[in-house]
Write a protein that binds this ligand. Structure first.
Ligand SMILES: [Zn+2]
Length: 142
């Protein structure tokens, strides 16, 4: 897990699937940069890669992933409801529950999925990898 350059050939779908399971898109480490369900650390707790990597707009991408996940789940539910003939009141109640619960429960996934997209658009630089390696070394030394 610690040899960072070996992760450069990870495919885009693999990165997204890792993100959907709240794993690091780069190394597959469990929990990625989250220390609890809602608390983020600066770096992945397995490989040490910084999730922002100097890009302050990172959280805008994560928010966009949140919109996609929330609206996507509601659209899938509404299409399935129309196909299977679900009455209007239960249809709207479940859609309301999705509109509230998906953003709350899916919060860390918006970050880990966007991290996978961001890594594909903007692969880590040599400096990012060197900083991650230094962080790993510091963790071992501590
Ligand atoms: Zn990692």
């Amino acid at each position: 897990m610690n040899s960072l350059p070996n992760h450069t050939k990870t495919s885009f779908p693999t990165k997204i699937v890792r993100g959907l399971f709240r794993k690091c898109a780069w190394c597959g480490g469990k929990g990625s940069f989250f220390t609890s369900w809602y608390s983020k650390a600066e770096r992945c707790q397995t490989c040490g890669i910084n999730w922002e990597r100097g890009y302050e707009g990172f959280e805008l991408g994560a928010a966009t992933m949140g919109v996609f996940m929330t609206f996507g789940s509601i659209i899938i539910w509404m299409v399935a409801s129309v196909i299977f003939g679900v009455p209007l009141v239960p249809l709207l109640l479940v859609a309301g529950v999705l509109a509230i619960s998906v953003p709350i429960l899916g919060y860390p996934l918006t970050y880990t999925v966007w991290f996978g997209v961001d890594l594909s658009i903007r692969p880590p630089s040599e400096q990012d990898l060197a900083e991650a390696q230094a962080w790993i070394s510091a963790q071992k030394g501590a």
